[in-house]
Design a protein around this ligand. Structure first.
Ligand code: NAD
Length: 324
């Protein structure tokens, strides 16, 4: 089978998908469709003039295109993905998969029924440093997992349909799911609105997992500098992933307290950098989408993973509402 892919939605993020697809597949196999951009703009971004689709119906009716990346605004993910699946296309939909878990479940069932791949763009699970973190945790390097936190802060793009929780936190929730392999038993959240009516700019979410594993997520698009830091603490050591630095993105700290017959002794060594393989997360994500289609394998971030992430976001959203 030959993969012919279409990038639907070539905005700020979709243009990265287009560039990536053009680096993986021959240009004649990469199509684009954007309801709000003219051909000149799309050609400037690298699209071949003959591969620019004029309408959504042209995309649905094109029998050659068997894979579509949906990088349109979040509120369109459900109707666009549903129509594509119904037309027999495999879909990689950007995060958040949809704006509620019931719609996401419906999409997952539809994809399964039609034997199509449905994947969610939780790109950090394709980041080699996050993969390495999981390997280190599994290998026992930090001992028993105790708590983890993620800060995702920036002077970011203001969104009007989804709040910061739904815009940024899908990444962090998907990483927590990946690392813990379990659902949180309790989720609490608080947030604040500073700019747009009823749209939280800043949220704090606290998650309690089985076996006394805790996590918190702090996301904001009102922050003086970009911070993307993930800290994972175990009883034998700690891992820190900082995606904003150029080198030593992943560090291991042999720090903590050892129980010595009832008294706690501190161990506090300097960090060691943790090496991980090179790799562009978005390219790995798209390649994985293509391989899943060609080999009929299950995507790491499949519809069920996407639904789980949305269910956790909904629990947090409910708490935001209750907490005013
Ligand atoms: N995975 C990540 O790290 C990451 C990063 C940024 C954004 N995103 C996600 O990507 C999506 C797009 O975000 P963005 O910042 O690029 O938004 P954007 O507004 O810059 O771009 C959206 C594009 O989609 C087009 N569009 C709108 N409705 C359409 C439709 N029905 N069919 C076809 N085209 C349509 C618009 O004309 C626009 O060009 C969002 O869901 C966002 O959450 C993901």
């Amino acid at each position: 089978m030959k993969i012919k892919i279409c990038i639907a939605g070539v905005g700020n993020w979709g243009k990265n998908h287009l560039k990536t697809a053009l680096s993986i597949l021959p240009a004649e196999d990469v199509f684009v469709y954007d309801s709000g951009k003219n051909s000149d703009d799309l050609i400037k971004l690298g699209a071949l003039p003959q591969n620019i689709l004029e309408s959504f119906d042209h995309l649905l009716d094109n029998r050659e295109i068997n894979a579509v990346v949906v990088a349109t605004p979040a509120e369109t993910h459900y109707p666009v993905t549903k129509a594509l699946l119904e037309a027999g296309k495999n879909v990689l939909v950007e995060k958040p998969m949809s704006l509620n878990s019931a719609e996401a479940e419906e999409l997952t069932v539809l994809a399964e029924r039609k034997n199509l791949k449905l994947m969610v763009g939780h790109v950090l699970l394709y980041h080699p440093a996050v993969r390495k973190m999981k390997e280190e945790i599994r290998g026992g390097r930090i001992g028993k997992l105790q708590y983890m936190y993620s800060n995702r802060l920036n002077l970011g793009t203001l969104r009007t349909e989804e709040n910061i929780l739904w815009s940024f936190a899908p990444h962090d929730v998907s990483i927590f799911q990946y690392l813990t392999e379990s659902m949180p038993e309790k989720v609490t959240a608080r947030g604040a609105v500073f700019l747009t009516n009823d749209i939280e700019d800043t949220t704090f979410t606290y998650l309690e997992y089985p076996e006394n594993v805790h996590g918190h997520i702090f996301v904001s698009w009102l922050h003086p500098f970009k911070e993307q830091r993930l800290v994972v603490v175990g009883d034998a050591g700690m891992l820190v992933f900082d995606d904003t630095v150029k080198s030593e993105k992943l560090k291991f700290y042999k720090k903590g307290f050892r129980d010595n017959q009832g008294t706690f002794q501190k161990f506090d060594e300097d960090y060691t950098p943790v090496e991980f393989p090179e790799g562009q997360p978005l390219a790995t994500e798209q390649k994985s989408f293509i391989e899943n289609i060609l080999n009929d394998t299950k995507p790491l971030t499949d519809g069920n993973h996407g639904v789980m992430v949305l269910k956790i976001l909904e629990m947090a959203q409910q708490k935001l509402k209750e907490n005013g």
